[in-house]
Design a protein around this ligand. Structure first.
Ligand code: FES
Length: 109
Protein backbone atom coordinates (compact mmCIF):
# COMPACT_ATOMS: atom_id res chain seq x y z
CA UNK A 1 0.00 0.00 0.00
CA UNK A 2 1.54 3.27 -0.96
CA UNK A 3 1.32 6.06 1.50
CA UNK A 4 0.69 9.64 0.46
CA UNK A 5 1.77 12.80 2.23
CA UNK A 6 0.01 16.11 2.20
CA UNK A 7 2.21 18.95 1.02
CA UNK A 8 0.96 22.51 1.34
CA UNK A 9 2.67 25.23 -0.67
CA UNK A 10 2.38 28.69 0.88
CA UNK A 11 1.49 31.48 0.57
CA UNK A 12 -1.13 30.34 -1.93
CA UNK A 13 -2.10 27.32 0.13
CA UNK A 14 -2.00 24.84 -2.75
CA UNK A 15 -2.31 21.32 -1.37
CA UNK A 16 -0.60 18.47 -3.23
CA UNK A 17 0.16 14.84 -2.60
CA UNK A 18 3.62 13.36 -2.46
CA UNK A 19 4.96 9.83 -2.18
CA UNK A 20 7.70 8.67 0.17
CA UNK A 21 11.04 9.27 -1.55
CA UNK A 22 9.76 12.07 -3.79
CA UNK A 23 11.68 15.27 -3.48
CA UNK A 24 9.76 18.42 -2.76
CA UNK A 25 10.83 19.71 -6.16
CA UNK A 26 9.30 16.61 -7.82
CA UNK A 27 5.96 17.27 -6.16
CA UNK A 28 5.98 20.95 -7.08
CA UNK A 29 6.68 20.19 -10.72
CA UNK A 30 4.10 17.44 -11.00
CA UNK A 31 1.53 19.93 -9.79
CA UNK A 32 2.53 22.86 -11.94
CA UNK A 33 4.06 24.82 -9.08
CA UNK A 34 7.13 26.62 -10.31
CA UNK A 35 10.10 26.58 -8.00
CA UNK A 36 13.24 27.85 -9.63
CA UNK A 37 15.90 25.13 -10.01
CA UNK A 38 18.82 26.51 -11.93
CA UNK A 39 21.10 23.49 -11.44
CA UNK A 40 18.41 20.93 -12.27
CA UNK A 41 18.14 19.55 -8.75
CA UNK A 42 21.68 18.44 -8.00
CA UNK A 43 22.42 20.68 -5.00
CA UNK A 44 24.63 23.04 -6.96
CA UNK A 45 22.68 26.28 -6.66
CA UNK A 46 20.36 27.77 -4.08
CA UNK A 47 17.51 28.83 -6.30
CA UNK A 48 15.15 26.10 -5.07
CA UNK A 49 15.26 27.50 -1.53
CA UNK A 50 12.05 27.05 0.47
CA UNK A 51 11.17 27.73 4.09
CA UNK A 52 9.63 24.78 5.91
CA UNK A 53 6.74 25.97 8.06
CA UNK A 54 5.53 22.63 9.36
CA UNK A 55 7.29 19.27 9.49
CA UNK A 56 10.88 20.55 9.57
CA UNK A 57 11.97 18.37 12.48
CA UNK A 58 10.86 15.13 10.89
CA UNK A 59 13.01 15.69 7.78
CA UNK A 60 16.39 14.05 7.36
CA UNK A 61 19.13 16.50 8.24
CA UNK A 62 20.57 18.64 5.48
CA UNK A 63 23.89 17.46 4.07
CA UNK A 64 26.95 19.64 4.31
CA UNK A 65 26.63 20.41 0.59
CA UNK A 66 23.06 21.57 1.11
CA UNK A 67 24.06 23.75 4.08
CA UNK A 68 26.81 25.34 2.00
CA UNK A 69 24.39 26.14 -0.82
CA UNK A 70 21.78 27.46 1.59
CA UNK A 71 24.30 29.96 2.92
CA UNK A 72 24.03 31.65 -0.47
CA UNK A 73 20.22 31.85 -0.47
CA UNK A 74 18.50 35.17 0.15
CA UNK A 75 15.96 35.39 2.99
CA UNK A 76 17.54 32.50 4.84
CA UNK A 77 15.62 31.22 7.87
CA UNK A 78 16.37 28.59 10.52
CA UNK A 79 14.01 26.21 8.73
CA UNK A 80 15.29 26.88 5.21
CA UNK A 81 15.95 23.90 2.96
CA UNK A 82 16.57 23.22 -0.71
CA UNK A 83 13.47 21.79 -2.38
CA UNK A 84 15.50 19.38 -4.52
CA UNK A 85 17.17 17.92 -1.42
CA UNK A 86 14.06 17.35 0.71
CA UNK A 87 12.97 13.73 0.54
CA UNK A 88 9.43 13.41 1.74
CA UNK A 89 8.82 11.40 4.86
CA UNK A 90 5.68 13.07 6.17
CA UNK A 91 3.26 15.96 5.74
CA UNK A 92 4.86 19.34 5.11
CA UNK A 93 3.94 23.00 4.86
CA UNK A 94 6.50 24.98 2.89
CA UNK A 95 6.71 28.60 1.92
CA UNK A 96 8.14 29.61 -1.42
CA UNK A 97 10.13 32.77 -0.64
CA UNK A 98 9.10 36.01 -2.30
CA UNK A 99 12.12 36.22 -4.61
CA UNK A 100 11.14 32.87 -6.08
CA UNK A 101 7.46 33.83 -6.32
CA UNK A 102 8.35 36.92 -8.32
CA UNK A 103 9.81 34.68 -10.98
CA UNK A 104 6.57 32.72 -11.07
CA UNK A 105 4.57 35.88 -11.58
CA UNK A 106 6.71 36.91 -14.52
CA UNK A 107 6.41 33.47 -16.06
CA UNK A 108 2.61 33.65 -16.01
CA UNK A 109 2.47 36.63 -18.36
S1 FES B 1 17.81 23.08 -7.89
FE1 FES B 1 19.84 23.69 -7.55
S2 FES B 1 20.10 23.22 -5.49
FE2 FES B 1 18.08 22.60 -5.82
Amino acid sequence: MSQLYKITFLPRGQVCEGKPGDTLLDVAHRNGIEIDHACGGVCACSTCHVIVKKGFNQLDEASEEEEDMLDLAPMLSTTSRLACQIELNGDLDVEIPAHNRNLVKEAEH
